[in-house]
Design a protein around this ligand. Structure first.
Ligand code: ADP
Ligand code: MG
Length: 585
């Protein structure tokens, strides 16, 4: 009985109950000393514990749940090395502004600084990777710390939080009535922008000749899709989604100017920045990718983000849906309910449209070239034919991510997960596990069939966490993986090259293989077969078409992986601006 004051409970149970009260639903992790009993208590209170194979993937999964649901996922790890492995996922969540909680087992209180098993300064280590990190000083205070961690993770700019689990707390008992349980922390209060700034923003937009709306993953996280769409459509404004801002408004919307991205960025005179940072992904908002006189209307929930890299003309501090609602209301009042519209016959729209049309032609040629070995465009052209509109797409790798982002459209918000702000490679399998569980749960709640989750990765990206295929198969997650295999990082060498090297029998020659090269024609599909999943190996477009169709149609029965060999020299089509891609190489 959860409410009997005199019942004795263990520390493990207090952690589990507190997480449950705070609305945490999913806990990813790997058990061991001292957190085994914590995982069992988590299962007993009815939360989902998902046992993974590396803490890094578990932490990526927890972050993805935070993004998908708006409540933090948790990651439960053992002391020392377990916690260190999770730091990658915390950093990724912090950079992406996603909520998550890490719970780390640690050494006993009375062995502090004695060189205990896996002892490490965990709270200090997490400080740089979190908004809040604490070691409870008693079992009874645990619920307060958990509430604070959950609240901090979702209030203000979302991020990661850390709570320590002293090993001696796990099996020690206290009276339930002595534990300082807090009720579930409410969702973050919705903040509005300063009304004076709202009218400045409206005036600036009205005066703009070449306005552009940029939709970031902050807008996706904020669930601002209805407001953003209404705002964009009311004024007939061109919009550009960032990689994970894709789908807030469907990519095939007539106002989407992704196909004229460079032209739109370079020539716009006023940007409305909705939950996106002017960081490397947006070329710092500066020349040569932007016009030096571009004016910015910036909407963000984080005051410290305002004016970064470019001084915004109008800074609107607040929650995106509310701030847009303010702009909509303002427009209603000042224009007698009929919003001004940017005409499709305006010079700006004609200029953008021309580029959109010509770009479509150039990609089409690459996509239609089905010669073997396949190029990236041809691969994605085949995949798109079988992707349902509500599919959650996970994508990582260098070219695999960049090219699939333009070729594979998103129609719904929060349906694309990728390497993100931090450019983290190896997130794919962790994200896939999280997205699949999420989609299955939504299906259970709505009675609808689950949305498909497809994970498209380069061979190098897949390698970082490939062992999570075991996790996928153990939980019977209906995932479809596509490994776009070019024998290496960026790209590798062909088989002949390797044969020649091996034949030489000379270690020095063998060691001279380029560091980007991985084993050629690796049979990644065999890995999923080892765990009971279905593997496919494809070389031609027809094989890929048949395999992918089959995997998509029977993905409810079994997880599958398609290994598709592509041309090791296939690359992105010529870009107008190459300095960024070159610097990444
Ligand atoms: P992208 O990678 O899509 O460009 P970023 O991660 O760079 O997006 O930026 C997201 C921004 O959204 C962050 O600056 C974050 O503070 C902001 N943000 C997150 N949630 C909200 C919200 N509810 N309202 C307003 N801004 C938000
Ligand atoms: Mg590769």
């Amino acid at each position: 009985n959860m409410s009997d004051e005199n019942v004795m409970v263990t520390g493990a149970e207090v952690y589990a109950r507190a997480l449950k009260i705070q609305g945490v639903e999913y806990v990813f992790g790997i058990v061991g000393v001292p957190i085994m009993e914590v995982a069992m208590a988590i299962q007993q209170v009815g939360l989902k514990f998902i046992g993974m194979r590396n803490e890094q993937s578990a932490a990526y999964a927890a972050g993805a749940i935070g993004y998908l649901t708006g409540r933090p996922g948790a990651c439960l790890v053992v002391s020392g090395p377990g916690l260190i492995h999770a730091l990658g996922g915390m950093a990724n969540a912090m950079e992406n502004c996603w909520p998550m909680i890490v719970l780390g087992g640690s050494s006993d209180e009375d062995q502090q600084a004695m060189g205990a098993f896996q002892e490490y300064p965990q709270v200090e280590a997490c400080r740089l990777y979190s908004k809040f990190a604490a070691r409870p000083t008693s079992i009874t205070i645990i619920p307060e710390i958990i509430e604070k961690a959950v609240r901090t993770s979702i209030y203000g700019r979302p991020g990661a939080c850390y709570v320590d689990i002293p090993g001696n707390f796990v099996n020690a008992s206290v009276k339930l009535g002595d534990c300082r349980f807090r009720s579930e922390c409410p969702p973050p209060p919705r903040s509005l922008a300063d009304p004076t700034s709202i009218s400045s923003a409206a005036n600036l937009m009205l005066a703009a000749k070449r306005p552009l709306i940029i939709i970031g993953k902050g807008a996706a996280y904020a669930r601002a899709e209805d407001e953003v769409r209404r705002f964009v459509e009311d004024h007939n404004l061109p919009f550009l989604p960032t990689p994970m801002g894709k789908g807030v408004i469907p990519d095939d919307h007539e106002l989407c100017v992704s196909a004229a991205r460079s032209r739109a960025l370079l020539n716009c005179d006023v940007i409305v920045l909705l939950g996106a940072r002017l960081n490397w992904q947006l070329h710092f908002g500066r020349q040569p990718r932007f016009n030096k006189d571009v004016k910015v209307i910036q909407v963000d929930i984080c005051a410290e983000e305002l004016h970064n890299n470019v001084q915004s003309t109008v800074a609107l501090l607040g929650n995106i849906p509310n701030v847009i609602q303010q702009l909509i209301e303002h427009s209603k009042k000042t224009h007698r309910g009929v919003p001004w519209r940017l005409s499709k016959d305006s010079d700006w729209w004609k200029f953008l449209q021309e580029k959109i049309d010509s770009n479509a032609v150039s990609t089409k040629a690459l996509a239609e070239d089905k010669s073997v070995p396949l190029n990236y465009y041809a691969v994605f052209d085949v995949l798109t034919k079988h992707l349902p509109k509500d599919c959650i797409i996970i994508s990582e790798g260098a070219n695999t991510m960049d090219i699939s982002r333009t070729m594979i459209l998103n129609y719904l918000p929060r349906h694309r997960l990728d390497a993100g702000t931090f450019g983290t490679m190896g997130v794919g399998l962790g994200f896939a596990v999280a997205a699949s569980l999420y989609s299955l749960d939504i299906a259970k709640k709505t009675g609808m069939p689950p949305q498909k989750v497809v994970c498209i990765q380069g061979d190098s990206a897949f390698g970082f966490s490939g062992m999570e295929l075991e996790t996928v198969c153990r939980y019977n997650l209906p995932l479809v993986f596509v490994v776009v295999n070019n024998n290496g990082i960026y790209s590798g060498g062909n088989k002949d090259f390797w044969e020649a090297i091996k034949m030489s029998g000379d270690i020095a020659v063998q060691n001279s293989a380029p560091p980007t090269f991985l084993t050629p024609e690796s049979k990644y599909e065999k890995l999923i077969e080892a765990f009971g999943g279905e593997g496919h190996s494809c070389v031609t477009a027809d094989q890929l078409d048949e395999s992918f169709k089959r995997c998509m149609s029977r993905s409810s029965e079994q997880a599958s992986l398609i290994n598709v060999m592509i041309d090791t020299t296939s690359a992105r089509k010529e870009q107008e601006f190459t300095w960024l891609t070159r610097s990444k190489m």
